[in-house]
Design a protein around this ligand. Structure first.
Ligand SMILES: Nc1nc2c(ncn2[C@@H]2O[C@H](COP(=O)(O)OP(=O)(O)O)[C@@H](O)[C@H]2O)c(=O)[nH]1
Ligand SMILES: [Mg+2]
Length: 371
């Protein structure tokens, strides 16, 4: 019998052979649902046979306000780049010496501490476990942002890697689709939609959902839904992170190489041109990373004292009071009574707020805890 890996590969092959159009949407959806299920099975098998033990070099200690993973084929210039923009010392250039472990470097910019990880070059088949692919992808999944480093002479590489990241459950520069599936005791698959569905019929949706073992469920769709979105919703373990691209080696590339590279990248993605080796565009790259990580500044005002307007706390721009508490002290959430906010997120000065309150850039926050 074919191994799980082979079965997955067969399904991928079948998808690639299938013409993508309206008539094959549902078929492709079912194949993708099968892949998702096989992967879940594979993960369970891997988890139950911990024979390999922990692997060296991948126990990354996260530090700083955000973590960025460098992703690119070998020799695109990742190590050169991390050595120029952080305090890291990563081996450059020598073929036998390409990076085998995960090397973290810290970049301080505009008051934010950004950890950048130089990872071993990913290769085709990584998501199926080739070249320590699973471990590398695991680290990438846990990061706040992916920084693709692209060689303008090898721009096809981007798509190979991008597919590996997608296969590993990453959905880059995408938002979680507004598709909600709630298991029910009876009643079959009940699809409720607020918009016209052009990709799949309710029957086709039902078939995909049943293949995950649900016989009755209430499905609420607030978007024109593809099979992929249904599979993503049911498979779980999807991560929706930010991705940006640095096109490197512009010192030796012609304008037409750069333009061709840029055109081959997904529409609307943030792209920058740099030369790590000649240090061109690196200050701009730091700004670019900082801006795309979307930080905000929160000024803390200890109860009964002046606010510290000099050194704000740097947090992700979707942070709540709870996130800030976690950042400050591990006891703060447990002992939390309430917060008081003055600034953009407050309806009025010193509004009393709970842990779920969403903060905004420039807020002044007081946290009141039990003694
Ligand atoms: N001309 C040029 N060469 C570069 C640039 N960045 C890196 N390189 C060279 O490309 C080779 C591979 O670089 P390295 O940083 O080891 O790539 P990695 O495998 O992605 O970590 C080295 O010989 C670097 O000197 C660049 O901006 N311009
Ligand atoms: Mg390297």
């Amino acid at each position: 019998m074919a191994t799980i890996k082979e079965q997955i590969q067969d399904l991928y092959d079948e998808i690639h052979k299938t013409q993508k159009n309206k008539a094959t949407n549902a078929h492709i959806g079912k194949l993708k649902a099968k892949i998702a299920q096989l992967k879940l099975k594979e993960e369970k098998v891997a988890a139950s046979s911990k024979a390999a033990g922990p692997s060296k070099g991948f126990e990354v200690r996260k530090s700083g306000d955000a973590t960025v993973a460098l992703v690119g084929f070998p020799s695109v210039g990742k190590s050169t780049l991390i050595n120029r923009v952080t305090d890291a010392k990563s081996e450059e250039g020598h073929f036998e010496f390409t990076t085998l472990t995960c090397i973290p470097g810290l970049m301080e910019h505009k008051g934010a501490k950004i950890q950048i990880l130089d990872l071993p070059g990913l290769i085709k088949g990584a998501s199926e476990g080739k070249g320590r692919g699973k471990e590398i992808l695991g680290v990438i999944r846990s990061c706040d942002m992916v920084l693709y480093v692209v060689d303008p002479f090898q721009d096809a590489h981007f798509h190979v890697l991008h597919r590996e990241l997608e296969n590993a459950g990453m959905r880059l520069n995408q938002t979680k689709p507004p598709v909600f599936i709630r298991q029910n005791l009876r009643g079959g698959i009940d699809v409720r939609t607020t918009v016209e569905q052009t990709h799949l019929t309710p029957e086709e949706m039902g078939e995909i959902i049943r293949s995950f073992g649900f016989t009755s469920a209430i499905v609420t769709l607030r978007v024109d839904t593809t099979a992929e979105m249904i599979v993503d919703t049911l498979a779980g373990s999807r991560v929706y992170s930010k991705a940006v691209v640095a096109i490197n080696k512009i010192d030796i590339a012609q304008e037409h190489d750069l333009v061709r590279s840029e055109k081959s990248l997904p529409d609307g993605w943030p792209i920058m041109r740099i030369s790590a080796f000649k240090e061109i565009g690196l200050e701009e790259l730091k700004d670019f990373i900082y801006d795309n990580l979307r930080f905000m500044r929160i000024f803390l005002k200890p109860q009964g004292q002046e606010a510290d307007m000099e050194e704000p706390l740097i947090v992700k721009d979707d942070s709540t009071v709870k996130n800030v508490c976690n950042n400050l002290h591990r006891d703060f959430v447990r002992k939390f009574r309430f917060g008081r906010v003055k600034g953009p997120s407050a309806k009025f000065d010193w509004q009393r707020v709970g842990l779920d309150h969403l903060l905004k850039d420039g807020d002044i926050l007081t946290i009141v805890v039990r003694r």
